[in-house]
Write a protein that binds this ligand. Structure first.
Ligand SMILES: CC(C)(COP(=O)(O)OP(=O)(O)OC[C@H]1O[C@@H](n2cnc3c(N)ncnc32)[C@H](O)[C@@H]1OP(=O)(O)O)[C@@H](O)C(=O)NCCC(=O)NCCS
Length: 219
């Protein structure tokens, strides 16, 4: 997202912080890296812990409000409505959308800025996710991930995947709390993505990344 757009949506403080983070990266943070996470141990929803917030599947009637709220320019609300395999969970506070998480199934998932990732018929992709800044830090993203995961599971997903920028600690923390673990890291330039624990995640040996362009990258 361009700086000016980020500034409009996130405000001066968050933009300065983001630029600062890019210039002086925290130990372990690397915005050029993409983390790949997996979850096969779904966590229960904790909706009763969010009084005042309602959660619902994105519907036709929400599309205008969703597109106005939407943070990510590479997605559109209509791509997540009226399709059996794709959906989004929205979170509503005082009749206004304040957060969302998307899910997708049965496709070669295009990962913005990285490449493509093949999903098997019992696998789903969770994301992107967004929480309006005044509602952050309450665990809403974790709850949206749990709810989107449950929706995908009800359509047959047994394993869930996502990818996160290597400097996005908040996103990483909320996915981890929802039961996701990092299984591979892509450094943004080499021809392979590196499994963090190939013995443990050997089941993903047949996973393939297809870099934007033509290269196929075997994990
Ligand atoms: C990432 C994002 C969705 C998180 O939303 P959220 O509702 O605040 O997330 P949660 O409250 O579920 O969890 C955030 C966790 O990250 C932690 N966290 C926040 N900032 C952190 C940081 N800089 N370093 C480490 N942990 C951090 C929080 O403390 C919280 O953990 P806790 O419950 O132990 O306190 C939100 O910050 C956002 O919309 N960011 C902009 C868009 C984005 O980056 N989307 C994700 C990419 S798909």
């Amino acid at each position: 997202m361009k700086v000016i757009e980020y500034l409009k949506r996130e405000g001066v403080k968050a933009t300065v912080k983001k630029i600062g983070e890019k210039i002086t990266l925290k130990p372990g943070a690397d915005s050029r890296k993409t983390l790949f996470l997996v979850c096969s141990d779904f966590k229960e929803s904790r909706r009763d812990q969010f009084p005042g917030y309602a959660f619902a599947r994105l519907a036709e009637d929400d599309l205008d409000a969703f597109d106005e709220f939407n943070f990510f320019q590479h997605i559109k609300g209509c791509d997540y409505v009226g399709r059996a395999d794709d959906g989004a969970v929205i979170c509503i506070f005082e009749k206004t959308i304040c957060a969302y998480a998307c899910f997708e199934m049965n496709k070669v998932k295009r990962i913005h800025g990285t490449g493509q990732f093949e999903l098997a018929s019992d696998e789903a992709w969770i994301g992107p996710c967004y929480v309006a800044k005044e509602h952050r830090g309450r665990g809403l993203n974790g709850e949206l991930i749990r709810t989107a995961s449950a929706m995908a599971a009800s359509r047959g997903a047994r394993r869930l995947f996502t990818s996160i920028n290597g400097a996005n600690f908040a996103s990483q923390a909320s996915f981890e709390k929802a039961g996701f673990e990092t299984f591979a890291i892509y450094d943004g330039k080499s021809k392979s993505i590196v499994a963090t624990d190939s013995a443990r995640f050997g089941i993903f040996e047949n996973k393939v990344m297809i870099k934007e362009g033509t290269e196929r990258i075997a994990l």
